[in-house]
Design a binder for this molecule. Structure first.
Ligand code: AP5
Length: 219
């Protein structure tokens, strides 16, 4: 197995998914978002999705054992020679340590962890205005990145919807949880000297380019 990986972490609404999509389009990194996989499992009402549903709707973290199962399944059944870009995983110190053990066993390498930073008010405004396509998953914002026709996806014509955890009170809970869990997580990667902090209030293309520019040096 020769897996290499990078991680994008950051407060909800930091732009992890948006930046990851741009990077995926211009590199060989495969975007793996635990949030997207869990939402897909809920949509299909798989046993995993049913277990994760209430946690996600309330804006709480899904238990580590469920998330780890999801990620390991993807890695075990996926390409054995690949570059992965984890979005929103690991999110707790326990997840980071378990990923580290898995990577050591598999001789895989975690190159860098990018921490996307934005002020709280930016995060709240991005999340309350976010709209997603039901059909293709494309991501819009009612002010920052509006679709050409309101409520309709530019890419595939699908209907745009608001995520159930993007209500104001749920957003506040998600931000509080991130604050609580991220301190140990960030310190863990700082100690390994692989953490890179990024100003995520810039345009997504700029943030993605800055990350891409760092990839050849670390690849
Ligand atoms: P997840 O889906 O990962 O949500 P999140 O981390 O809360 O992050 P978001 O997807 O809300 O934000 P983002 O940073 O990706 O921003 P985006 O690019 O969309 O997780 C959801 C839930 O799943 C969790 O609450 C938890 O329950 C569970 N879960 C997932 N992973 C887990 C794990 N590892 N452990 C336990 N539980 C887990 O952008 C947001 C908006 O802003 C968009 O509208 C976009 O168009 C706009 N925007 C983005 N970037 C910019 C920019 N630079 N300028 C202007 N607008 C921008």
């Amino acid at each position: 197995m020769s897996i290499e990986a990078i991680v994008l972490i950051g407060v909800p609404g930091a732009g992890k998914g948006t930046v990851a999509d741009i990077i995926e389009m211009s590199t060989n990194y495969i975007h793996l978002s635990t949030g997207d996989i869990l939402r897909q499992s809920i949509k299909q009402q798989t046993p995993l999705g049913i277990e994760a549903q209430t946690y996600m709707q309330d804006g709480r973290l899904v238990p580590d054992n469920i998330v780890l199962k999801v990620v390991m399944e993807h890695l075990d059944t996926g390409h054995k020679h690949a570059h992965y870009m984890f979005d929103g995983f690991p999110r707790t110190l326990a997840q980071a340590e378990l990923l580290n053990s898995y990577f050591e066993r598999s001789k895989a390498r975690l190159n860098n962890v990018f921490l996307l930073e934005v002020p709280k008010e930016v995060s709240v405004s991005r999340l309350t205005g976010r709209r997603i396509c039901r059909k293709c998953g494309a991501n819009f914002h009612i002010h920052n990145m509006p679709p050409k026709t309101e409520g309709i996806c530019d890419r595939c014509g699908g209907e745009l919807y608001q995520r159930s955890d993007d209500r104001k009170e749920t957003i506040i809970r998600r931000l509080q949880i991130f604050q609580k869990e991220s301190t140990d997580l960030v310190s863990y990667y700082e100690r390994q000297e692989i953490l890179v902090k990024m100003d995520s209030s810039k345009a997504p293309q700029k943030i993605a380019s800055s990350i891409i520019n760092l990839l050849p040096k670390i690849g």
